[in-house]
Design a binder for this molecule. Structure first.
Ligand code: ADP
Length: 634
């Protein structure tokens, strides 16, 4: 047979077939599972897409509705601005030909256009200013301004008080100047030189008193948008208040932005022809949403951050979203790149922005992931089983092969063991039968040799039969209490005549010490004989073999020690298996059958004990039988 065929003989071929069948079935199962999962994934993806489409439609409709509502409300507010407070979000601007109002008013620090009030009668003050500046006659100027300060016209009064205070201050009459400024501050709603009289007066008073508290109060009022100011005015008074309070700060960003937005919207609406509309305006790279409605010269406009408009409508279903203007700039939300996506264009929604929606990733796919994991787990477990099964079968087969190899080695070894005594028995009995023995002494030697050889044969046969019985579990043991020392001495006495000729001997280390054990004397002698026989066989270069016996933790240890070839660590377990022969034994051509130690292990186990080996290659080995001590043992 060719080598591959030889290799593929049963049981290897069986193993291969089993392995292939399992491999194919596991692969098929995994493939099938994967397919099912794949289909499910497709279905799930389609469902998710549908859900997202529905959510997108719902959100777009909600948004459209919200914007239409806002438009309607604006339409109502054009003529009558909301009296009961302010719009929910953003800034409401009502613009007419001659007016501009903002709600909530405090959101605007300054306004986009100068006060519409005309400058108050500069002519009335011209005389006073001539006296004051050109003729340098402060007293006369004071008289002049005082007269004007009694005017019924609040604008004239304000102008006069301001100038009066100025002259007082210039000539060092600070108290009078302060009184005039206090009077001026009391004139609410009046403007002087384009600025609110109260603000002008309070600024001057702060300057006069140098009071930081007053300056702080002025700052607060500026931030509360107490006065209608232009951007320039706000900037001037803000920095003045900062200087006077000793704490100069930048204008807070958020309200300043809203003021800028209002200015832009104002510009936008001024040129706007359409009575209604919506658009996005950008201030400081931030988008603002503008929606307006106009009726006969008046326009109501709402400006808001796009998130404020979009979030309430979109915050459903856990979808991610983004709104993008016509130029592709993201107005609100976040354009995320993963997951299913749905786009709603302005044409579809009639909204001012294109809307992008992406489905939530994690939650929807969680079940999928769990199923995938389960499938992977199942496949992994099956593959693991396959590998483990193949491994164990391979091991079993290898053992099988090894046992059959060892068996044939055993047959060869035993035949050899039989052959040499049989040959000598045949030759000697032939000589004796033919009467060819040269002398009666010689004949006597032949008879003795015949007896020895037949005994040897008998022992061999008995040993094999014994082993067979042990293996089959039918060996009967007869336990009795005996002394280990006596047993050892008996076995040693058997060996002495055989080994004395070769100049070898067995040394008893614990001679005399009694150690009682419960044992079958015959079986234990066989075990000990095997150990001693091995010790002698495997230490050909050392004349002595040692035997020791002692108590050890409630047990009796019988040790057989030699200084022979030793046993490599890799073989120390295997030597107790039947038919196993060590590599060194084979290399040194030491005869044996490989059943000795297996038998020893059987016997010791039947006694409830154990056998151990300690060995070093080239140094020798010690085999120890640990047996339970007898009943009367201390
Ligand atoms: P056998 O001696 O017939 O080969 P055994 O079962 O008695 O079979 O021993 C098994 C193997 O253990 C031997 O082949 C030998 O390699 C190893 N062995 C046993 N006793 C010794 C020893 N005292 N020194 C070295 N090797 C030993």
């Amino acid at each position: 047979m060719s080598p591959p065929r030889e290799w593929l003989k049963p049981p290897r071929s069986l193993l291969l077939i089993l392995f292939l069948v399992t491999l194919v079935s596991v692969s098929a199962l995994a493939w099938f599972g994967w397919k099912v999962l794949d289909q499910e994934r497709d279905v799930e993806a389609r469902r998710a897409q549908e859900r997202l489409e529905q959510a997108a439609n719902r959100i777009a409709a909600t948004l459209r509705g919200a914007l239409a509502d806002t438009g309607d409300r604006l339409g109502a507010w054009v003529m009558s601005p909301p009296s009961d407070g302010q719009p929910d979000q953003g800034l409401l601007l009502i613009v007419s030909d001659n007016g501009f109002s903002a709600l909530p008013p405090e959101r605007l620090l300054y306004r986009p256009f100068p006060s519409p009030e005309p400058e108050t009668e500069p002519a009335a003050f011209a005389e006073g200013e001539t006296l004051e500046f050109q003729q340098a006659q402060p007293d006369k100027a004071i008289d002049w301004y005082r007269r004007l300060a009694d005017s019924k016209n609040p604008a004239v009064r304000a102008g006069a008080l301001m100038r009066l205070a100025r002259v007082w201050r210039r000539i060092g009459r600070i108290d009078e100047a302060r009184t005039a400024y206090l009077d001026l501050a009391a004139l609410r709603g009046v403007r002087v030189a384009g600025a609110p009289a109260e603000l002008v007066a309070r600024h001057e008073l702060c300057d006069l008193s140098g009071s930081q508290e007053d300056a702080e109060a002025l700052k607060k009022d500026l931030l509360r948008a107490r006065w209608q100011l232009t951007r320039g005015q706000f900037g001037f008074y803000w920095s003045e208040a900062g200087r006077l309070s000793g704490r100069e700060e930048a204008v807070p960003e958020e309200p300043a932005l809203w003021s800028e937005v209002a200015a832009l919207v104002w510009e936008d609406l001024k040129h706007q022809q359409s009575p209604r509309g919506q658009s996005t305006i950008w201030v400081d790279r931030r988008p603002y949403f503008l929606i307006w409605r106009g009726v006969s010269g008046r326009v109501a406009a709402l400006v808001a951050r796009p998130e404020a408009v979009l979030k309430p409508a979109v915050s459903d279903g856990g979808v991610s979203w983004a709104s993008v203007d016509n130029e592709g700039r993201v107005i609100a939300g976040r354009k995320s790149g993963s997951g299913h996506a749905v786009v709603r264009t302005t044409a579809e929604t009639e909204l001012p922005w294109t809307l992008y929606f992406t489905g939530p990733q994690g939650a929807k796919e969680a079940g999928m992931v769990a199923r995938q994991r389960f499938l992977l787990l199942v496949t992994a477990v099956m593959v693991l089983f396959l590998i483990a099964g193949a491994y164990f079968m391979a091991r079993a087969i290898r053992r099988d092969l090894e046992v059959s190899r060892m068996q044939s080695d055993f047959v060869a070894a035993v035949s050899h063991e039989f052959r040499s005594p049989l040959t000598s028995i045949r030759q000697l009995s032939e000589i004796l039968a033919l009467g060819r023995a040269p002398s009666p002494e010689r004949r006597q030697v032949y008879y003795e040799t015949l007896v020895r050889e037949t005994t040897r044969l008998q022992r061999l046969v008995e040993a094999l039969l014994n082993f067979g019985r042990m293996e089959a579990g039918v060996r009967q043991y007869r336990f009795e209490e005996l002394d280990a020392a006596g047993l050892v001495q008996r076995v040693v006495a058997e060996f002495e005549p055989q080994i004395a000729d070769a100049g070898r001997h067995i040394e008893l280390e614990a001679a005399g010490a009694p150690c009682r054990i419960d044992a079958d004397p015959e079986a234990l002698s066989v075990a000990l004989r095997n150990l001693v026989d091995n010790a002698l066989k495997y230490s050909p270069n050392c004349r002595t073999v040692w035997i020791n016996w002692k108590r050890d933790n409630g047990r009796v240890a019988i040790e057989v020690r030699d200084r022979g070839m030793g046993i490599p660590p890799s073989e120390r377990k295997a030597i107790f298996r039947k038919f196993y022969r060590g590599s060194a034994a084979a290399a040194a051509n030491v005869k044996g059958s490989g059943v000795g130690l297996a038998m020893v292990r059987h016997i010791v186990a039947a006694h409830g004990g154990e056998i151990t080996v300690a060995s070093e290659v080239g140094q020798g080995s010690t085999f120890t039988m640990l047996l339970p001590a007898g009943a009367d043992q201390p």
